[in-house]
Design a protein around this ligand. Structure first.
Ligand code: ADP
Ligand code: MG
Length: 330
């Protein structure tokens, strides 16, 4: 049984960056205002995510890392609605099958926190009282220690740290009311360091730099059929002054960070056709879309989604940026 669990867990947590994504999403779900990530050896030695969210109740600690344990669904409708992204109640459990997980947490009004370690879905010992300020810190040590082949493959390729920095950058420009930091273990300075702001453009400037932010224009689209449910898209796309060899596409659907290959390719094609320069675009898009139009089953890790942008929403086309007449035909 443990081998089966480990294989299943290895599917959910494919690389260090997948673990970081799950942990940060949990911190966001816990209403954190500040999320700090520390990584050692590309995440293979250590991933540590600390937040100042609502914490985990003492009585929830024993089952925290059991599969399908989640505090986020209460009704069947929730379950249907949430088919969207992520693995409900599987992320933390999975991590305990492929790494050593230690949780330190304190809930509001408590005098001290608790620390507990998990392995293979279970607590290794009773939660121990400890000093804690606010929120939760989750540490994953020795990821894939029991998956020799996976570990070797990861060790032989470039490590995940740049991917983790990229991930945190994406979160930071979407969740502008949360401050994020990310650094290597032992490093004095952070590689991502965002501060809370009310301006998306300021956030992009602080994370991606002035050279990106100054060449962006606002994009907006919405559902003009009042009888249907909400569809809204807002964001930024680079203008003709922008020069980059690679595309950056940051896409959030209903506040979940996702990939959408089809949309990315469509934007790339239209961008190339519209702008004479051989530059790849920078795009940030945040879309609110009824879940029946998102099919999250395209890729087993559910990072990749397919958007069924029905005629109803887009009239077959999405006006992305009036200024340069970028029309995305899907
Ligand atoms: P899911 O996020 O799908 O519920 P996870 O395995 O990622 O499943 O997490 C299991 C549960 O652990 C969550 O439902 C939540 O109650 C709790 N949890 C995990 N991380 C945190 C955190 N940083 N702060 C508060 N609660 C957390
Ligand atoms: Mg989760």
């Amino acid at each position: 049984e443990s081998v089966v669990n480990r294989i299943a867990a290895g599917e959910v947590i494919q690389r260090p960056v997948s673990a970081v994504k799950e942990l940060v999403e949990n911190s966001l779900d816990a209403c954190s205002a500040s999320i700090n990530v520390v990584v050692k050896d590309g995440g293979l030695k250590l991933i540590q995510v600390s937040d100042d969210g609502h914490g985990i109740r003492y009585e929830d600690l024993p089952i925290l890392c059991e599969r399908h344990t989640t505090s986020k669904l209460s009704t069947f409708e929730d379950l249907q609605g949430i088919k969207s992204m992520g693995f409900r109640g599987e992320a933390l459990a999975s991590m305990t099958y492929v790494g050593h997980v230690t949780v330190t947490t304190i809930t509001k009004g408590q005098l001290h926190g608790y620390r507990v370690s998990y392995r293979d879905g279970m607590m290794e010992h009773e939660p121990k009282p400890c000093a804690a300020v606010k929120g939760t810190q989750i540490m994953i040590e020795n990821l894939f220690y029991n998956m020799t082949a996976r570990r070797k493959t990861l060790q032989n390729s470039a490590d995940d740290y740049p991917k983790i920095v990229d991930l945190l950058s994406r979160f930071a420009i979407h969740h502008i009311n949360v401050s994020f930091s990310c650094r290597k273990h032992g490093a004095a300075r952070s590689d991502v360091h965002s501060v809370v702001t009310s301006s998306r453009l300021d956030a992009i400037r602080s994370v991606y730099g002035v050279s990106v932010a100054r060449d962006l224009m606002k994009i907006e689209a919405s559902d003009n059929d009042p009888s249907s449910s909400v569809f809204e898209m807002t964001g930024f796309i680079s203008n003709s002054n922008y020069v980059s060899k690679k595309i950056t596409m940051v896409l959030f659907i209903n506040d979940r960070l996702v990939e959408c290959g089809a949309l990315k390719r469509a934007i790339e094609i239209v961008y190339a056709a519209t702008l004479p320069k051989a530059s790849k675009p920078f795009v940030y898009m945040s879309t609110v879309l009824p879940l029946e139009h998102v099919d999250a089953n395209v890729h087993p890790t559910k990072r990749e989604v397919q958007i069924f942008l029905a005629v109803k929403y887009y009239n077959c086309s999405c006006l992305l940026a009036n200024d340069i007449g970028l029309l995305i035909h899907l």
